[in-house]
Design a protein around this ligand. Structure first.
Ligand SMILES: Nc1nc2c(c(=O)[nH]1)N[C@H]1C(S)=C(S)[C@@H](COP(=O)(O)OP(=O)(O)OC[C@H]3O[C@@H](n4cnc5c(=O)[nH]c(N)nc54)[C@H](O)[C@@H]3O)O[C@H]1N2
Ligand SMILES: Nc1nc2c(c(=O)[nH]1)N[C@H]1C(S)=C(S)[C@@H](COP(=O)(O)OP(=O)(O)OC[C@H]3O[C@@H](n4cnc5c(=O)[nH]c(N)nc54)[C@H](O)[C@@H]3O)O[C@H]1N2
Ligand code: SF4
Ligand SMILES: [Mo]
Length: 755
């Protein structure tokens, strides 16, 4: 690995893997210890940018609260044990559970950071699938991306075909439900995304942000306010206008897609006038937007998190692509494009994945709620009920890696209650968090700087085709090991290995016999060699392989100026290579949208809000990130509310309010603002560190778990992709403090205790 420095101080080139831009980093390593991180000025794309979280990561690596030895639950809480004792016991208990109850008794939940580690994904997936055909897999994706992947499966035949906006070339970017100034982009790897968006405006183009809140991003560009969960109506209206005004080149669309007549008929009832009370957007604006999207030569609509967690998110994701298609903006420069790797085998992979996942979607239904399998997983909102409901294939052993579902999925207290029914629970995490606190064992894992990596997940979401790989920067702290090693070791210790796992164990022995380390590197090497910029195993002189990428290009290499377009025939894997627009499932969702309930007992709508110094639930133990927050006292976690709504309810700025939903209630201080539409209230997620976790500073930050308000009733989970309902959730807000005047000074008096 490239490094410079004198004596015991080295400066190592690497990259951040907290969020999707994967910013280049220089790590200062003194006597083998990570002492500082700074942005890499020589990184071709992030070019000296890093956010506060990335810089603060040194504090995670060296955190005294980190789990650095295997922990076993004893009568007095967790106690350290050796790896052999831990893994022998886990393997023994797992083997007995498998013998007695079969593979349906075993489940794995992996969370967001798993997507940022090749060795994590490439070990856990084969393990849990290899356990047997009834095993359960849950991921953060049913709170995040499954709807988007399923929409691609419907339209193109494969969940791997996910279009992204061609940010570098577009002249009109419409972002729906995304706040990249804070999130740094999602399903979109565009380092320095804010600068790239300002470039659009600088070259005479426009950026429009469709969001119920005038976010940090909306404040810098055009803000189009919308009623929470109104996106499907807006998109249907855009299509209605495009058809009614003949803005679409229908011949061009019919040349690549089947079902245009079906689609046109579906949109008829949704004129902008008919949807105005659902979106809060004036029909003149909607018509103009439709004309601008169809009339600007390079325009792209992009939707992200805010469009993924409402009532009908698979439909919404489907409609975003269809709007791009009908506007003539799909698969064209500056439009909505498919970032392909250039590997000859890519289409074969997509075809195989697509066929397998389409079959599983039709045939495999979850035990509780009958939800279809989406990218091989079940809805995490059903995890608690899958543990606590008796019957065949009830979960008895649960592994949780890189996740904190007690805070991240709906109704965490139901889940925590259910965890007590398990016979075995094992966590693989950097910390004892609010979920792993309930484990029999918590196993210490490496941080991103303690392992080699290549960001497989994000290769096809890059605005600029780019390759970078890294070695570990420091040795693992304490006894931490990679998920790959832990899974391999556990597999080897199972008394009777299911056939797939036996095969993997055999393969491992074979590889080790040749003197090579068992790991994901050969697979990654092959990917690099066969995709854009690769050496094609010697056929392309000077091309890349993994060794050369790390050794000669530590800052990474741009392997193409722009995303390739004109690739529809490669990414659409249906026979004939044609997009399929007509689906009975989509028709049923359009029907459901038309019938959606109006506000009743709960008149307001809850939305989320990411924060620059938080990463979901897990960076609240960094003094650098938390210090300024804690200084502001109880404002570490607070809600944002429209000032007029507040006035109508008698709520003042800074008051603590009670937010109630059909599912629960939380008490939280509010800040009043005009920068959020009337009827909406925003609460950040990832808080609610109640002291059960081992992260002391996070516990001091506390906050409340907003997902207490969310439902796990099967009827409240989206029927298609099993998405949790996290935005546009009906709530009522009431003051918990009243303002009284005592001897001339104004004070708030609490009317009721905590929830
Ligand atoms: N600092 C920071 N960065 C992060 C994270 C973090 O926790 N902190 N998390 C990372 C993760 S896991 C992800 S998935 C990404 C997500 O990144 P993004 O996809 O950019 O998502 P958010 O930042 O949550 O922004 C979603 C926006 O949708 C709006 N919204 C809510 N409901 C609706 C709706 O019904 N319609 C519309 N149109 N808008 C709506 C919200 O007001 C919000 O501004 O961020 C990643 N980056
Ligand atoms: N209400 C509401 N709920 C939400 C969201 C929202 O916006 N609003 N966002 C949703 C989204 S988009 C997401 S992605 C989920 C996130 O939810 P989850 O993925 O379930 O949890 P995180 O909070 O990301 O916690 C990640 C855990 O991984 C650990 N960790 C970090 N790095 C590693 C590693 O390399 N290996 C291992 N084994 N562990 C590691 C951290 O210590 C932490 O405990 O939350 C979802 N829930
Ligand atoms: S934006 Fe921040 S957290 Fe995300 S990759 Fe860059 S430095 Fe890391
Ligand atoms: Mo996420």
């Amino acid at each position: 690995m490239a490094s410079t420095g004198t004596g015991n101080i080295e400066h190592k080139v690497t990259f951040c893997r907290i969020c999707e831009p994967l910013c280049g980093m220089i790590a200062t390593v003194e006597d083998g210890r990570l002492t500082a991180l700074r942005p890499d000025k020589q990184h071709p794309l992030s070019a000296g940018f890093a956010c506060p979280k990335g810089i603060a990561f040194t504090e995670v690596v060296n955190d005294p609260d980190r789990v650095t030895v295997p922990l076993r639950r004893g009568p007095d809480g967790f106690e350290p044990v050796g790896w052999d004792i831990a893994l022998d016991d886990i393997a023994g208990r797992l083997s007995r559970i498998l013998d007695r109850h079969g593979s349906g008794a075993v489940a794995w939940y992996f969370g967001n950071p798993a997507a940022f580690s090749y060795s994590h994904l490439m070990s856990v997936m084969p393990f849990i699938k290899g356990i047997g055909r009834h095993s359960h897999l849950f991921t953060a994706s049913s709170q995040d991306t499954s709807n988007r992947l399923l929409a691609s499966q419907f339209l193109y035949g494969s969940p791997m075909a996910v279009p992204i906006p061609d940010v570098l070339r577009t002249d009109f970017l419409v972002m729906i439900g995304a706040n990249p100034v804070v999130s740094h982009g999602s399903f979109l790897t565009t380092p320095r995304i804010k600068d790239r968006m300002h470039d659009i405006v600088r070259r005479g183009g426009r950026v429009m942000i469709v969001d119920p809140r005038r976010t940090e991003t909306a404040a810098q560009f055009e803000w189009q306010p919308i009623t929470p969960d109104g996106d499907a109506y807006l998109l249907l209206s855009l299509l209605q206008v495009m058809f009614a005004e003949n803005l679409a080149d229908q011949r061009a669309v019919s040349a690549v897609a089947d079902g245009l007549d079906w689609l046109r008929a579906q949109c008829v009832p949704f004129s902008p006038e008919a949807t105005e009370d659902r979106t809060g957007i004036d029909p003149v604006t909607v018509r103009q937007l439709a004309r601008d999207l169809a009339g600007t030569p390079r325009a792209a609509v992009y939707g992200r998190f805010g469009t993924s967690v409402g009532r009908n998110p698979t439909l919404t994701a489907y409609l975003i692509d269809v709007v791009n298609l009908v506007a003539g903006q799909l698969d064209t420069p500056g439009g909505s494009v498919f970032s392909t790797s250039g590997a000859p085998a890519e289409r074969l992979m997509m075809m195989a994945m697509g066929a397998g996942m389409r079959r599983a979607f039709r045939r495999k239904k979850s035990r509780i709620g009958g939800f279809p399998s989406v990218i091989g997983a079940e809805p995490a909102a059903m995890l608690a009920k899958e543990i606590s409901t008796p019957g065949d294939n009830r979960i008895r052993a649960l592994f949780v890696s890189a996740g904190n579902p007690a805070l991240s999925v709906p109704n965490g207290s139901e889940l925590v209650g259910a965890l007590g029914d398990l016979d075995l629970m094992v966590g693989l995490d950097l910390y004892v968090n609010e979920t792993t606190a309930h484990c029999d064992y918590v196993l210490p894992v490496t941080t991103m700087y303690e392992r080699d990596d290549f960001p497989v997940t994000f290769q096809n979401f890059q605005s600029t085709p780019f390759r970078q790989a890294t070695e570990a920067v420091v040795a693992p702290r304490g006894q931490a090991r990679t998920e790959w090693d832990i899974v391999a070791d556990l597999t080897a210790r199972l008394s009777k290995r299911p056939p797939v796992l036996a095969g993997l164990a055999g393969l491992r022995r074979l590889v080790e016999r040749t003197g090579r380390a068992w790991g994901p590197r050969p697979i990654i090497d092959m990917m690099i060699r066969t995709s854009d910029g690769g050496d094609l195993f010697g056929l392309r002189r000077g091309g890349l392989n993994l060794r050369r990428l790390i050794g000669e290009h530590p800052h990474g290499v741009v392997v193409g100026e722009h995303i390739r377009t004109g690739v529809l025939h490669k990414v659409v894997v249906y026979r004939g290579g044609r997009i399929k627009l007509a689906h009975s499932e989509i028709g049923a969702e359009i029907e459901a949208v038309a019938q959606r309930d109006r506000p009743g007992e709960f008149p307001l709508r809850l939305i989320g809000m990411r924060q620059p110094r938080s990463e979901n639930s897990w960076m609240h133990n960094s003094p650098t990130l938390m210090g300024p927050v804690l200084k502001r006292g109880d404002r570490a976690h607070g809600a944002l509310m429209n000032a007029d709504d507040a006035a109508a309810l008698g709520v003042g700025d800074g008051d603590t309010v009670r937010i109630r939903s059909a599912n629960g209630a939380i008490d939280i201080p509010v800040t009043l603002t005009d920068d959020i539409v009337r009827g909406a209230i925003a609460v950040p997620h990832g808080w609610g560190h109640n002291g059960s976790g081992g992260w002391k500073l996070a516990n001091r930050g506390g906050g409340v778990n907003v997902n207490t308000l969310m439902s796990t009733a099967p009827a409240d989970v989206e029927a298609l992709a099993g998405m949790s309902w996290l935005t546009g959730v009906p709530v009522a807000v009431e003051p918990t403090t009243v303002t009284v005047t005592v001897g001339g000074t104004t004070e708030g008096v609490r009317m009721s205790g905590g929830q």
